[in-house]
Design a protein around this ligand. Structure first.
Ligand SMILES: Cc1cc2nc3c(=O)[nH]c(=O)nc-3n(C[C@H](O)[C@H](O)[C@H](O)COP(=O)(O)OP(=O)(O)OC[C@H]3O[C@@H](n4cnc5c(N)ncnc54)[C@H](O)[C@@H]3O)c2cc1C
Length: 298
């Protein structure tokens, strides 16, 4: 069945949620398509200390629960499905998801980022032991976890996991690239060990565990873990863009038919407040554009 909507938002993280809520203020009912669950990447955050209104900080999962409740309260429609292709044909967007086909006049891409991976050092048979976000591991306890990376995400994930597990953070270089406050917190945790100059070179299954092999200043070091969590950077998630749409992106954006908002386009400025501000701005631009004023009655 073909679903027809005036405005479709790809991604139900902070940016997509803020867009839908802003549009609702103008009586424009947008549809959010979310492949996973509402809240996006922020649900992984150990403690969010820079979001207005939470002077004592708030965990990412608590904050994203508040966002999800806001969506429910505003009766905003969410389709839980994965967008696999976005096309633009005959003056409208065609969106192919895993289970549905949709059309719309306006599309807001708020799909965030995807993790960078190094999959040339391990086989398919260990996929169930390898993670790129901490959220799926948040309930585990009494395990030993290796975290690869030394940025904000690596130390943030370590804080979450160290409450009930042992964690080792491996930096392939000399300097960590994380907020000083986060580093100090991690330093105080007995369950976190931080090692510098360890480059992961191989990962393989060893019975029910993972054997990980590191090069440390030209000597081989081996560790056994229950899980490995990669935090080695992220890049824009735009896998669903069809080749046909790519040359037209700039003009579609200029004409306020297509919006790219939040982490997907914010480079190093990947923060929840910036993403939500982008969403509010997109909602306002959609509402005031003369071409789109007619949407308000839908
Ligand atoms: C560990 C950690 C700690 C952080 N701490 C803070 C902090 O303290 N303060 C702060 O401001 N920010 C923090 N951030 C950053 C913050 O999480 C992001 O800036 C914010 O979530 C970006 O929102 P977004 O909506 O642009 O993207 P995302 O949150 O990434 O949301 C994108 C959504 O799109 C969905 N999606 C992607 N592709 C598709 C598809 N093909 N089909 C359907 N759905 C799709 C995804 O499932 C996801 O839900 C932290 C991030 C991490 C990882």
């Amino acid at each position: 069945m073909l679903i027809n909507k005036k405005v479709i938002i790809i991604g139900g993280g902070p940016a997509g949620i803020a867009t839908a809520i802003q549009l609702k203020r103008y009586n424009i009912n947008a549809l959010i398509i979310e492949q996973n669950q509402l809240g996006g990447l922020l649900k992984n955050a150990y403690k969010v200390e820079n979001y207005l209104g939470f002077p004592n900080g708030v965990s990412g999962s608590e904050l994203t629960d508040i966002f999800s409740n806001h969506i429910i309260k505003k009766n905003i429609e969410v389709l839980y499905d994965k967008v696999i292709q976005l096309l633009f044909e005959k003056d409208k967007f065609c969106i192919q998801t895993c289970k549905n086909k949709l059309e719309s006049e306006i599309v807001v891409i708020a799909s965030g980022t995807k993790p960078k991976s190094i999959n040339n050092i391990y086989d398919n048979n260990i996929f169930d032991r390898i993670f790129y976000e901490v959220y799926p591991l948040r309930k585990i306890k009494n395990k030993t976890i290796g975290i690869i990376g030394a940025g904000d995400a690596a130390f943030d994930y370590a804080m979450t996991l160290s409450e009930k597990n042992k964690v080792i953070i491996f930096n392939r270089g000399e300097n960590e690239k994380c907020l000083p406050v986060l580093f100090k917190l991690a330093e105080k945790q007995d369950n976190i060990l931080y090692l510098k100059n360890y480059k992961l070179i191989e990962l393989k299954k060893n019975k029910e565990k993972l054997l990980s092999v590191f090069n440390q200043n030209n000597t081989i070091q081996k560790f056994t873990f229950d899980y490995i969590l990669f935090a080695i950077g992220r890049e824009p998630q735009l896998d669903f863009l069809s080749d046909g749409i790519k040359p037209h992106i700039d003009s579609l954006i200029k004409n306020h038919k297509l919006f790219l908002i939040g982490d997907v386009k914010n480079g190093i400025f990947r923060q929840a407040s910036i993403a939500t501000a982008n969403g509010i701005e997109a909602g306002m631009l959609i509402s005031v554009h003369p071409q789109n004023l007619k949407l308000k009655c839908f």
